[in-house]
Design a protein around this ligand. Structure first.
Ligand code: TXA
Ligand code: MG
Length: 338
């Protein structure tokens, strides 16, 4: 049984003790819950991969509690990296930087770079400070499924596989951090709450976003190894429907009349106008609310036994780009244009 403790001083002390002893612990961040271990301890980091069932070639993000920890993780911190850290940390931006020697290769899956961020959740910051070491942490879900945004999600996925998860309430951002590579051309490898536009403003030069469709054949190395895996998927077969609400409602009604277990994944206030049971994931025109609600909604579809779900899709710019990126992967790139 995994212990769940409210995120107070006691819990943080107990979690820090476990981390120092080489154990893995579930911790809240502002984006999603993470599965943390001492990033400097190779055996501890291996336990993360075991608990999650994560492929070994997918690198982890290292979480720091203050700028003084950054040199432990990255051997070179460019002026641009410093400017971005100043602008967005603590917060949901991961910088891919040259890896320091103290970080074992298992963290970065053998890459010479390491993803690093300073999370904006008070419990995460207190935990890193008390543990006194940077923490490697992927999202605290079983590999392949939707990320956890509530402590109950972590319990459901990892019960009995980790000793403790600290409850920090609902994650306010709801989708994982933006991952940025700072090369000749800055490239967003995974869109998130910090947008390419906001990053470009700080850098004073254009920022590209990696293609949404990640089709990698065996042997090819994608820039961000995480991009080649099936992600965030509910058990129900999810399809994205592009088009206005009228056409969406018609399409859902037609499907619901033909096959069993059809659900709508729609925006707040739309459920009553649909001929199928519905789960809402946020407000139309409000990407931040969609990001905050998406993973819980995907999990609700599974709890209700949905067989097939059809999702409404909104704007794909700004934070909407992060929402669409996760929806596309959860749907395994199934999109229908109405
Ligand atoms: O918001 C988040 O980032 C959450 C919370 C817990 O901090 N963490 C998270 O970790 O989403 P994870 O492991 O689920 O996703 C890490 C992503 C993967 O897509 C991985 O490929 C990429 O970051 N990544 C990590 N290190 C990298 C590196 N050195 N180069 C390129 N991509 C990297
Ligand atoms: Mg993940």
């Amino acid at each position: 049984m995994t212990q769940v403790l409210p995120g107070d001083g006691n819990a943080i002390a107990e979690a820090a003790r476990l981390l120092q002893a080489g154990q893995v612990v579930g911790m809240p961040t502002e984006t999603v819950y993470g599965l943390a271990a001492n990033a400097l301890d190779e055996d501890a980091v291996r336990r993360i991969f075991e608990a999650k069932g994560r492929p070994q070639d997918n690198p982890l993000i290292v979480h720091i509690g203050g700028m003084e920890m950054l040199p432990m993780v990255a051997r070179e911190i460019s002026c641009e990296a410093q400017a971005l850290a100043q602008a967005f940390w603590p917060g949901p931006l991961t910088l891919v930087l040259p890896k320091a020697g103290a970080i074992p290769a298992v963290v970065s899956a053998g890459l010479d770079t390491v993803g690093v961020r300073m999370p904006a959740h008070p419990v995460a910051l207190a935990l890193i400070a008390q543990a006194g070491v940077p923490l490697a942490a992927p999202s605290a879900n079983r590999s392949g499924g939707p990320s956890p945004t509530q402590v109950a999600h972590v319990q459901k996925d990892l019960d009995g596989r980790i000793p403790l998860v600290v409850d920090g309430g609902r994650c306010p951002v709801g989708v994982e951090s933006t991952v940025l590579a700072l090369g000749e051309k800055p490239l967003v490898l995974r869109p998130g709450f910090v947008t390419a536009g906001e990053i470009a403003q700080v850098l004073g030069r254009p920022v590209e976003v990696a293609g949404q469709k990640a089709a990698f054949s065996d042997g090819q190395t994608p820039q961000s190894p995480g991009m080649k895996y099936q992600h965030y998927a509910p058990k129900a077969q999810l399809t994205l429907l592009e088009g206005g609400f009228e056409k969406y409602a018609e399409y859902v009604a037609e499907k619901a009349g033909k096959i069993a277990g059809v659900y709508a994944l729609c925006f707040d206030g739309e459920a009553e106008k649909l001929a199928a049971p519905a789960v809402c994931y946020g407000r139309a025109g409000d990407a931040a609310s969609q990001a905050a609600g998406l993973y819980a909604a995907l999990r609700t579809l599974d709890e209700r036994g949905a067989q097939a779900a059809f999702a409404r899709v909104d704007e794909k710019t700004g934070v909407g780009q992060a929402v669409y990126n996760r929806l596309l992967r959860a749907a395994n790139f199934r999109v229908i244009y109405l």
